[in-house]
Design a protein around this ligand. Structure first.
Ligand code: SF4
Ligand code: SF4
Length: 319
């Protein structure tokens, strides 16, 4: 990556294949803290365990918990020569439904006709309206709800990888479980947490239908494409001018929403002081008011409130 005048200039060499080998491209979209990179690594290793070639890489913009992040996994039965961002995925895995409406993420961009969009959501598929093509190839599942139930946290790297693995139709449950175990061990996750992640992976893998995209054998020409210069990429936050952070609403980053019970609030002001995003102001009676357009749901206020006057509830969005 070369930086010129504050812009990230990405130079990517793209090579396509002949003889119709399989080249399956999966793009993950999530938020900082979801485990996006780990999801792409688990998928890549699961494919490797199947005897396939695999390649994975993440891209972060302004690194910050909750900010949009993307990661890429390529799987092939031949050596993979293509590098760089995936602009034309066969499968997109949207780990947070709010990203569908996020101008900086654009998770469905470039999805091939016949490709599959997986969305982690509590919504009913009938409520989506992203065009007939997407609706026909949409797989939805409440990964966050299942993660909360089984591991007690909204960390969805493992179930996202499990969903993607199953959709591909080329990865077995045992290869997935081996990948979950080794990838989570490598980043220092404890055995008991790994056990719960395995339960989570099995549950998702068995629940989601195998839906191989009809695209994975296409693009079969071995030709060298000239070096491509890409200025910025949708899928992560890019800072393109100074002093514009007030324009960015972070309220759609929340998994949980803090709610103040004013009958218990003692107007101590602790939540106001601790909020890292200045999303809390104090009213004239000293009690807090939360700016939900900018509260990113870190829940520090909930943890710090001395009389436990702040409760939380899961965000459920209806499209
Ligand atoms: S959860 Fe609380 S501390 Fe965190 S951003 Fe929202 S209001 Fe601020
Ligand atoms: S920390 Fe709790 S008690 Fe103190 S002002 Fe905030 S909500 Fe009220």
């Amino acid at each position: 990556m070369i930086e010129i005048s504050g812009h990230n200039i990405i130079i990517a060499l793209t090579i396509h294949y002949v003889d119709e080998p399989m080249l399956l491209k999966v793009r993950f979209h999530g938020r900082g803290g979801h485990g996006v990179k780990t999801a792409s690594r688990i998928l890549g290793e699961a494919a490797f365990n199947e005897g396939l070639y695999a390649q994975d890489s993440p891209i972060y913009g302004a690194e910050r918990r909750g900010a949009p992040v993307a990661a890429f996994t390529r799987i092939s039965d031949e050596e993979i020569l293509e590098r760089g961002f995936i602009f034309d995925p066969d499968i997109v895995v949207v780990m947070d439904e709010t990203l569908l409406n996020d101008w900086s993420a654009k998770p469905l961009d470039g999805l091939k006709p016949g490709g599959i969009a997986f969305v982690n959501t509590t919504a009913n598929s009938q409520l989506y309206d992203y065009g007939e093509t997407i609706r026909e190839n949409l797989v939805i599942y409440d990964l966050t709800g299942l993660a909360l139930k089984i591991i007690g946290k909204p960390i969805i790297s493992t179930p996202s990888a499990a969903a993607a693995s199953k959709i591909t139709g080329i990865i077995s449950e045992s290869s997935l479980i081996d990948a979950v175990t080794s990838e989570l061990s490598e980043i220092g996750v404890g055995d008991d947490v790994i056990e719960n992640n395995i339960i989570l992976a099995r549950e998702v893998f068995r629940s989601i239908p195998e839906t191989p995209p009809s695209t994975k054998l296409s693009d079969s020409k071995r030709e060298l494409i000239p070096l491509e210069v890409v200025i910025s990429y949708p899928g992560y936050e890019d800072i393109v001018s100074v002093g514009n952070s007030p324009l960015r609403k972070t309220g759609n980053w929340r998994v949980f929403k803090p709610i103040v019970d004013f009958s218990r609030c003692t107007a101590c002001g602790v939540c106001f002081v601790y909020c890292p995003d200045a999303a809390i102001t104090l009213r004239s009676d000293g009690k807090p008011e939360i700016d939900y357009d900018n509260c990113k749901g870190c829940l520090i206020c909930y943890r710090e409130c001395p009389p436990r006057a702040i409760s939380i509830e899961r965000e459920v969005r209806v499209w």
